[in-house]
Design a protein. Structure first.
Length: 175
């Protein structure tokens, strides 16, 4: 079973990676489409920020869990960390179209991620009743936390590709 300690260590690590990567970008880079069909780095951050509203689900109504509290973790991990598949975002968390303000985005992401970290002090084995992902059904708090880790990891991978492309473009344009 994945432990409470493991999920919070992973969340802290991936959060640091995300914020560090976004901080390395200029406002212009944050809002540059790196290649056709891609979101900008700012849109990736905006999408993640919207998805982090899941922190509110963890605060909502819960009930006792009558199964392994991490039962759905590995299925979610296998899906989100399969970088060979392209996923479609639910419309509710599609990123905003216009330019993303770095000075607003990064503190908002940090604040939301801190909300997740606050769950270190509560029972993460409880089932969240406020919202269920249709393909999976109800998640425990632990599963929502891992979902957040894997979802963020997937987009950190996407950001690595975007930043690599932006850096190549910058280098190419200099010469």
């Amino acid at each position: 079973m994945s432990t409470k300690k493991d999920v919070f260590e992973s969340l802290k690590e991936i959060s640091h990676q995300l914020v560090t990567m976004l901080n390395t970008l200029s406002e212009e880079q944050l809002n540059t489409v790196p290649f056709e069909g891609s979101w900008t780095a700012g849109q990736v951050g905006n999408h993640l920020l919207k998805s982090y509203a899941a922190a509110d689900i963890l605060s909502g109504e819960t009930s006792e869990c009558h199964r392994k509290p991490d039962e759905k973790v590995w299925e979610v991990k296998n899906l989100f960390l399969d970088f060979t598949i392209k996923m479609e975002s639910p419309v509710e968390i599609l990123p905003d179209k216009g330019p993303i303000d770095k000075a607003v985005l990064i503190p908002a992401i940090e604040k939301r991620l801190e909300q997740f970290m606050a769950f270190q002090k509560v029972d993460v084995t409880r089932i969240c009743r406020e919202f269920a992902i249709p393909e999976y059904g109800d998640f425990t708090r632990l599963e929502w936390l891992w979902f957040t880790v894997f979802h963020t990891r997937r987009h950190v991978y996407q950001l690595e590709r975007i930043i690599s492309k932006l850096t190549k473009k910058s280098y190419t344009n200099v010469h």
